[in-house]
Design a binder for this molecule. Structure first.
Ligand code: AMP
Length: 119
């Protein structure tokens, strides 16, 4: 069950401030408050989806396509990361220790990120 009062729902409604980098019909992107690299942006769907499992099971084709296109657009055109490369990361559910129960894709880059760490 989606929690309408989760942190990112509040950010979408403008009840909690964020530093927006992109906004459209399907997605909203903002700087992570605790960046792990020179560039660390979170892209979230405008729809009420808990995680990737929820979006891919219950989202419309337009929502899924619009959201994924927004992720690419932000990385490429807004953040300028396409040439140097970047990492996308999605924590999904309890075993991943997902902290905020509204789907968010981390875009991380701006330096060599080393090997993927899975503790
Ligand atoms: P996850 O662990 O994948 O659920 O990621 C949650 C992310 O949200 C972390 O990287 C946090 O630093 C980030 N975060 C938490 N609160 C805020 C906030 N108010 N504004 C922006 N990012 C936040």
């Amino acid at each position: 069950m989606y929690d309408q009062d989760n942190l990112f729902a509040k950010i979408l409604r403008g009840e909690i401030p964020s530093t927006a980098v992109y906004d459209d019909e399907f997605a909203f992107a903002f700087n992570d408050i605790n960046p792990q690299a020179p560039v660390h942006v979170l892209v979230i769907p405008r729809g009420a989806y808990i995680d990737m499992d929820d979006l891919t099971a219950n989202g419309s084709d337009a929502e899924i396509a619009g959201f994924m296109r927004a992720v690419g657009h932000v990385a490429r055109d807004v953040l300028g990361l396409a040439d140097g490369g970047y990492r996308l990361l999605v924590n999904n559910g309890p075993d991943s220790n997902q902290e905020v129960p509204h789907l968010h894709i981390h875009i991380v880059g701006g330096r060599n990120l080393g090997p993927l760490m899975v503790k």
